[in-house]
Design a protein around this ligand. Structure first.
Ligand code: FES
Length: 104
């Protein structure tokens, strides 16, 4: 039987809950960051860059590179690798700065 990371750590987390990405429901576990929950769902990109619209997701995973920016509950520019997932969080794909009024 294959072992999961939860088995290896002998972790017994609370039950999963739901977040959404662009309205698509996804499961998340307590303690996961939003980036970890998105990765667990097989999603590697949730932002496009300002210059040429290329896809971006998590790169450093420690809050240093800002590649993982997302709009979370209508707040743009949240680092998904640092934001803990909470039940009902609505993550929205972010384009560029995430705010049309700040775009240059
Ligand atoms: S992945 Fe680098 S800041 Fe989040």
């Amino acid at each position: 039987m294959p072992r999961t990371p939860l088995d290896l750590a002998r972790a017994t987390p609370d039950p999963p809950f739901e977040i959404t990405l662009d309205g698509r429901p996804l499961p998340a576990l307590p303690g996961q960051t939003l980036a970890a929950a998105l990765w667990s769902a097989g999603i590697l990109s949730w932002r496009t860059n300002r210059r040429d619209g290329r896809p971006r997701g998590a790169f450093c995973g420690i809050g240093s590179c800002y590649d993982c920016l997302a709009t979370v509950n209508s707040r743009p520019n949240q680092r998904a690798c640092l934001v803990p997932a909470r039940p009902g969080d609505a993550v929205t794909t972010q384009e560029g700065t995430g705010r049309a009024d700040l775009a240059v």
